[in-house]
Design a protein around this ligand. Structure first.
Ligand code: NAP
Length: 544
């Protein structure tokens, strides 16, 4: 469907049909699709290269952890799928960045991407029905539709640790790892604060190189073997040669990646004897990745007793792996399994058997301050040459709140001050002609993200085309549709154990952030709903 020219359209200067914020998986695909539609598009990204999260996250060990290629990639082009050979089941950051650069070149995307450009102060003006933004160098730009594809885990969180600015050694955040300089750990005393996914990937590699590594842990995590391996040739060939079939299977799978997750179990963990359960868990433990979650039992995330069976299985694995019982005890998680993101690891627990690695349990021995030369906890100072914060992100809403789009009296920061309100995780009442990819209250982080980006973007592009055909100049959700959507998100979450944890899914890693579950848990139902909304003439939206 090609777009019918809109009277407000301009191809001159910095006035576009669409501005896309973010040049990661989502933004690059949006550019491709919108251009196919005959629209003028400009993608802006603050980074000096394309790649989004894969541009910034260059810390040692960064790689896809759950979904392996050939599933963590674009699906829309059989040609691209056939031309790109993934070499590992969980490709590392350089491989993914190379892939995105390959796609950008193949689709000739770069001519419409402006890097090193922060977009600020987007404001909608009803007099011309356009979004007006300010670019980093104070240049204005405008568009009819603003697409925010700035990432769900892209606003790094630096906790307010007293004295942090006093530290005189090398200092890094995993989410803002240096782009050009190789960071050397050799001969250094390195400290890592945090034990989430980023830390769990980085710690084993840093430990191999550093003179001494001190890990500051607040909450022990459940981590499972990643089992990364060279990409099996038959899997790659089979998927490439039958890409249409592969793609269909991905679209039909609840998580967007059938083989990576295995067959979904239909059985309760409580229907088996303890011995049988352990056999099931043991066999799936060795296959690695998320299969132990999805292919074992169907009630691990809905029934506390079922959840405790896998939690105890993993705690036993930790006790068996970590040789010092006191260290093992500190590593035992006590929250419900999976309610904080489960973390695939490579040699994480084994790392604590190394003589140069120390684990500090911050619950028993809290941080008092950061000093010029290290970290001062209740028990004393831990001298460091390098301090790494692996303290995560203001997830789901952070990049959008920081952008803070506004229209009249409405702005996103105020609107979401007491909780997120969106319709379909795609749009916000009071902010016309704005779309989010991987917005809060969409399946986002609990679905294959490149595939989710394609599906949401396809919907947005088709929506814009339909609006142009009908001569509609503004679209925004009805407030009632937002309320109903929030209730659906919350009702789905309420059928699971997710809300019971203090996690970034719940916003509770950020001081003062409203505590609420921000992911739409039924991805298959979600994409059916998107289709129904479109077929019904964009039900729930107000069209002007
Ligand atoms: P994270 O999961 O939020 O972990 C942050 C860590 O920092 C937690 O251990 C947290 O402890 C700790 N922390 C925060 N504030 C602290 C403080 N004031 N004092 C001490 N410790 C503090 O962040 P992340 O590891 O960067 O991962 C975020 C998400 O990004 C992941 O869950 C995942 O979705 C994504 N990710 C994906 C990949 C991949 O696919 N390859 C890799 C990395 C990250 P508490 O638990 O006590 O809050």
């Amino acid at each position: 469907m090609s777009a019918i020219a809109n009277p407000t359209r301009s191809t001159d200067g910095a006035d576009f049909d669409v501005i896309v914020i973010g040049a990661g998986f989502a933004g690059l695909y949006a550019l491709h699709r919108l251009r196919q539609q005959g629209l003028t598009v400009r993608v802006y990204d603050a980074a000096d290269g394309i790649g989004g999260t894969w541009w910034w996250n260059r810390y040692p060990g960064a790689r896809v952890d759950f979904l392996g290629g050939p599933f963590y990639c674009y699906t829309f082009s059989e040609e691209i799928a056939r031309e790109w050979d993934w070499t590992e089941t969980q490709p590392d950051q350089p491989a993914i960045l190379s892939y995105l650069n390959f796609v950008a070149d193949k689709l000739d995307l770069r001519r419409d991407i402006q890097l090193g450009t922060q977009v600020t102060s987007p404001r909608f003006d009803r007099s011309d029905h356009r979004w007006h933004v300010t670019l980093g160098d104070a240049t204005p730009a405008s568009c009819r539709f603003l697409i925010c594809a700035a990432g769900t885990l892209s606003a790094p969180f630096e906790p307010d640790l007293p004295g942090l600015d006093q530290f005189t050694g090398e200092y890094f955040h995993t989410g803002r790892w240096p782009q050009d300089d190789e960071v050397s750990f050799a001969g250094k005393r390195v400290g890592v604060i945090g034990t989430g996914s980023s830390a769990v990937q980085a710690i084993p590699i840093i430990a191999e190189q550093a003179q001494q590594l001190t890990v500051f842990q607040r909450t022990p995590q459940f981590t499972i073997p990643a089992a990364n391996q060279p990409m099996p040739a038959e899997l790659l060939t089979e998927s490439q040669q039958n890409w249409t079939k592969t793609r269909c299977e991905m679209l039909e799978s609840p998580a967007g990646a059938p083989l990576a997750y295995g067959e979904r179990s239909q059985r309760s963990a409580l229907s088996d004897t303890a011995d049988r359960r352990n056999e099931v868990y043991e066999s799936l433990w060795h296959t690695g990745g998320a299969r132990i979650v999805f292919s074992s039992y169907n009630d691990l995330m809905t029934n506390v007793d079922a959840n405790q069976t896998i939690a105890e299985f993993i705690r036993t694995k930790i006790r068996e792996t970590v040789t010092d019982p006191a260290t093992a005890a500190k590593l035992l998680p006590d929250h419900l399994f999976g309610t904080k993101r489960v973390i695939p690891n490579t040699n994480y627990y084994e790392t604590f058997n190394r003589p140069n690695v120390t684990l500090v349990d911050l619950r028993a021995d809290p941080i008092h301050s950061i000093t010029a030369t290290g970290v001062q906890t209740a028990s004393g100072e831990h001298p460091l040459d390098m301090l790494i914060l692996a303290t995560g992100y203001d997830a789901m809403t952070g990049s959008l709140r920081r952008l803070n789009p506004s229209f009249g009296a409405t702005n996103l920061q105020d609107k979401w001050a007491d909780g997120v309100r969106t319709y379909l995780g795609l749009a916000v009442a009071g902010l016309p002609n704005l779309f989010m990819v991987h917005g809060p209250q969409s399946p986002s982080v609990l679905y294959n993200m490149p595939l989710g980006a394609e599906r949401q973007t396809d919907w947005i592009v088709e929506c814009i085309a339909a609006l142009d055909q009908r001569g509609v100049v503004e679209i925004e959700p009805a407030a009632a549709a937002e309320d109903e959507w929030a209730a659906r998100v919350s009702a789905l979450a309420g059928t699971t154990l997710y809300p019971q944890a203090e996690s970034w899914y719940m916003g509770s890693n950020i001081p003062g952030k409203p505590r609420e579950f921000m992911v739409y848990l039924d991805a298959l139902g979600y994409y059916q709903t998107l289709e129904q909304v479109a077929v019904a003439g964009y039900a729930g939206f107000v069209l002007t």
